[in-house]
Design a binder for this molecule. Structure first.
Ligand code: ATP
Ligand code: PH2
Length: 229
C-alpha cells in the first residue's frame, strides 16, 4: 500500500489512541539505524499462496489445521510460540517485540523472516532486542512515513499488520486462525486495539475483493476506518 493511501487512516489511529506521530518517527529512526533493507525475495513464496494469518487468541490451539493446510504461515506475536510448540513451521513472524522477543531472535537466527515493528511505545525494546537478531532476516516495519530500510505496508496490531504484509507480498487468499474479537479475557485497551484490527481487516478485504471468514457475522456492525479509500 502506498503511504499516501495509508496516511489518512494512520492519522485517525493517532487520534483514536492519543498517540503522537513524533514518537513513531523517533522509533522509526532507531530501527532504521539497526537494520539493512530486507531482501523481498526471501518471501517470494507468499505470491499466489494461500496464507494463514495466525493471531494470539487462545482459540489458535484448536484451529491449527487452518495453518497446517495453508501454503504459508504468518504468525502474529505469541502465535509463533503456539505454532512452534505444535511443530507447525512459521514462514514469517510479525511483532512489535513486546511479548516474545526471544522467539523472534531465534527465528531470525534459523533463517525465518521477522517483521519487527517500531512505534512510539516500543523504542526501548527496539534498541534492546533488534541488535541481537540476524539482520538479514529482519523486515523493519513502521506505521509512520518510512525512511531508509524501513517499510510501511499498512496495518496496526501485529495480527492485522500480518494480513497487510501478506497482501503486499501477493498472497492469493488469506485464512485466519487464532482470532477472537470478543475475547472476554482481554483488557479494555486491548479490546480497543482489536476493534481497530477488525476495521482494518474490513478495509483490506474490500481492497482485495475477498471476504475474510474471520469477519463473518460482524460486517453489519463494522465501519471502515476514517480516512480509508
Ligand atoms: N483475542 C485476541 N487476543 C489477542 N490478540 C488477538 C486476539 N484476537 C486476534 N488477535 C490478534 O493477534 C495478534 C497477536 O496477539 P498477541 O496477544 O500476541 O498480541 P500483542 O503482542 O499484544 O499484539 P499487539 O502488540 O499488536 O497488540 C494481535 O496483534 C491481534 O491482531
Ligand atoms: N504508538 C503506538 N503505536 C502502536 C502501539 C502502541 O501501543 N503505541 N501498539 C500497537 C499494537 O499493539 C501498534 N502501534
Amino acid at each position: 500500500m502506498r503511504y499516501d493511501t495509508w496516511r489518512p487512516v494512520y492519522e485517525s489511529i493517532l487520534e483514536g489512541f492519543g498517540y503522537d506521530a513524533t514518537g513513531d518517527e523517533r522509533a522509526r529512526d532507531e530501527l532504521a539505524l539497526l537494520c539493512e533493507p530486507f531482501d523481498h525475495r526471501k518471501l517470494a513464496h507468499v505470491r499466489d499462496a494461500t496464507v494463514a494469518i495466525c493471531g494470539g487468541a487462545d482459540s489458535l490451539a484448536d484451529e491449527l489445521a487452518v495453518a497446517r493446510r495453508a501454503d504459508v504461515v504468518v504468525a502474529a506475536s505469541v502465535a509463533a510460540d503456539t505454532l512452534r510448540e505444535a511443530r507447525v513451521d512459521v514462514d514469517l513472524m510479525v511483532t512489535d517485540l513486546d511479548k516474545n522477543p526471544d522467539t523472534a531472535r531465534h527465528l531470525t537466527r534459523e533463517g525465518v523472516p521477522v517483521a519487527a515493528h517500531a512505534h512510539g511505545d516500543n523504542v526501548d525494546l527496539v534498541k534492546r532486542e533488534v541488535p541481537g537478531y540476524d539482520d538479514e532476516f529482519v523486515l523493519p516495519t513502521v506505521q509512520c512515513a518510512p525512511t531508509g530500510p524501513t517499510e510501511n505496508f499498512g496495518g496496526f496490531t501485529d495480527g492485522d499488520r500480518a494480513a497487510f504484509i501478506a497482501d503486499a507480498f501477493g498472497a492469493a487468499e488469506l485464512r485466519f486462525a487464532g482470532w477472537d474479537f470478543d475475547d472476554p479475557t482481554v483488557t479494555d485497551a486491548k479490546r480497543h486495539k482489536l476493534e481497530w484490527a477488525a476495521r482494518l481487516l474490513y478495509w483490506l478485504e474490500q481492497r482485495r475483493g475477498e471476504r475474510f471468514g474471520v469477519l463473518d457475522g460482524r460486517r453489519e456492525s463494522l465501519t471502515l476506518p476514517p480516512g480509508s479509500s
